[in-house]
Design a protein around this ligand. Structure first.
Ligand SMILES: [Cu+2]
Length: 283
């Protein structure tokens, strides 16, 4: 009896905690409301199943408790029950998966008008590269990374010269402008995560991953690393400001381009990079 009551209390407590909890999502600041909807559907399905299973367990504990003179019957096969449970499980699992497939399709389909913003992760800071006037990013390589070329930009690539570099600073984004976040890491796994944007993706050394979103709310947002990446993982933070398109242009014009950068740093020039490549390729 006591166990049955405890089980019922667990159900009531869990539901109340869920409904009254002050720890809930941050207000959304991107186009990904669909991701929230998918999570809410998951909460409802798993919540209802949780309540039903635990209450059924409480009922069984009470109804089939030990009583003098009662003997259990062995009933290992029940076709009707098996068909019913299999059908219900199928519907439940499909309802959990299908909304995710739709949202994933959107998540990996970048709109044509998205601008590329490269995020460069290293222990333990975030840097960024944005396309300059030509609207596209130059190529880059991990071997070219050095003190004077922190993002490993290819000095021979004409598209890279006007790329804007934000070395360890804050990122600004224009409200309403879709962005494709191109994600690179130089050392270990990281994960670029701004909770309000509802999007994140692992950053894997040697790979370029990406996601996209449209910021829809002007404000200041905190960047977190969502993949444990070493002792200072918890301090791997930064700020993203979503501003009006005019303010974004003003900010962009104040930033340093790769050409400015290389001009003042001798080891970011093509010749220096060549020797770096040669050195790195020696066994
Ligand atoms: Cu990290």
């Amino acid at each position: 009896m006591i166990i049955a009551i405890v089980l019922v209390l667990i159900v009531v407590g869990s539901v109340l905690f869920h409904m009254l909890s002050p720890w809930w999502w941050t207000p959304i600041a991107s186009n990904w409301g669909y991701i929230d909807t998918t999570l809410v559907i998951t909460f409802w399905i798993t919540g209802i199943v949780f309540i039903m299973v635990i209450l059924f367990l409480a009922y069984c504990v009470y109804a089939f408790r030990h009583r003098e003179g009662h003997k259990a019957i062995f009933d290992p096969e029940n076709k009707r029950l098996e068909v019913l449970l299999t059908a219900l499980t199928t519907v439940g699992v499909a309802a959990l998966l299908v909304p995710g497939l739709f949202v994933w399709k959107q998540f990996v389909t970048v709109p044509d008008n998205a601008i590329e913003v490269e995020v460069f992760a290293q222990q333990w800071s975030w840097s960024y590269r944005l396309p300059g006037e030509d609207g596209r990013l130059g190529t880059s390589a991990a071997e070219l990374v050095g003190d004077d070329n922190p993002l490993g930009i290819n000095p021979y690539d004409r598209f890279g010269k006007d790329d804007v570099i934000v070395d360890g600073g804050d990122l600004y984004l224009a409200k309403g402008q879709p962005v494709k976040m191109v994600l690179r890491s130089i050392d270990v796994l990281h994960n670029y995560y701004v909770p309000e944007f509802r999007a994140k993706m692992d950053m894997v050394p040697g790979m370029v991953t990406y996601y996209w979103f449209t910021p829809i709310k002007i404000g200041e947002y905190e960047v977190l690393c969502a993949e444990f990446c070493g002792t200072a993982h918890g301090f791997m933070r930064g700020d993203v400001y979503v501003v009006s398109p005019e303010d974004y242009q003003l900010w962009l014009q104040e930033q340093e381009t790769f050409a400015d950068y290389a001009a003042t740093r001798p080891t970011a020039t093509p010749a220096a990079q060549d020797s770096r490549l040669v050195q790195n390729r020696q066994p």
